[in-house]
Design a protein around this ligand. Structure first.
Ligand code: SAH
Ligand code: MG
Length: 221
């Protein structure tokens, strides 16, 4: 937990129970703890207010999914998470974020689905998750139900980030929350594609709810 003092009269942001937090911290992935807690708070708020499912693009090994699943569980809804499980560009062999333990030796390609499933099972959160295995734009194109939250944490090229935004934002219910990860206004800190969809969201009527590191929480009424 952070050492932020609680302001009198202001309810503390919801935080996950010890077991969920431990499972999140132990999981393989790319979500820092402080940003994860901000994602969790946004997910609890969106799930409880809208009662609608929460959707993630970029399941990877289930690290952030744990938080969305626990938020969904509390609100009596579900977390949906989309990934082809073959890894992003920067996770392929020879690239900076490659993890050789995630290659399926029989197929010779990345396969993060087995670890994803073990992680959600061990956290006791499997009943609150629907894993959609496929390419995000293709799943979005056949999706038909309103969503309370869309969390964009998939491919970091402009092609992928733009397709995630254009594919999923139309499914967001009025009052729904859009969360974008890896937003770096300064190119020295990281790629610009998530930053560009964040700017586009602001230009298209979303307002900023909170900022935590590279995590941006937006809402459109
Ligand atoms: N949220 C995760 C990290 C996600 S990493 C965590 O908390 O650790 C990004 C993931 O996006 C990778 O698993 C990759 O396979 C997936 N991805 C990239 N482009 C995609 C696309 N077009 N469709 C589906 N998944 C995609
Ligand atoms: Mg990320």
């Amino acid at each position: 937990m952070t050492d932020t003092a609680q302001v009198a009269g202001v309810p503390a942001a919801p935080s996950p129970g010890a077991g969920v937090l431990a499972a999140f911290e132990a999981a393989t992935g790319f979500m820092p703890v402080d940003e994860g807690l901000a994602l969790y708070a946004a997910a609890v708020e969106a799930a409880q207010r809208t009662g609608l499912p929460l959707l993630e693009v970029g399941s990877y090994c289930g690290r952030s999914t744990i938080l969305l699943a626990d938020a969904a569980r509390q609100a009596g809804t579900l977390a949906l998470t989309v990934d082809h499980h073959r890894g992003s560009e920067e996770q392929q062999p020879g690239w900076e974020y490659h993890d050789a333990s995630l290659v399926d030796p029989e197929v010779g390609l990345m396969d993060t689905l087995p670890r994803f499933r073990r992680t959600l099972h061990a956290a006791g959160l499997e009943p609150y998750v629907i894993a959609l295995v496929g390419r995000s734009p293709q799943v979005a194109a056949v999706w038909g139900a309103p969503l309370g939250l869309v969390f964009v944490d998939g491919g970091h090229t402009d092609e992928h980030a733009t397709a995630d935004y254009e594919g999923w934002v139309p499914h967001l219910a009025p009052g729904g929350v859009l969360v974008v990860h890896d937003v770096f206004p300064d190119p020295a800190d990281g790629g610009q594609a998530p930053y560009r969809i964040y700017l586009r969201a602001l230009a298209e009527g979303f307002t900023e709810v909170s900022v935590h590191g590279s995590l941006r929480v937006l809402r459109r009424d």
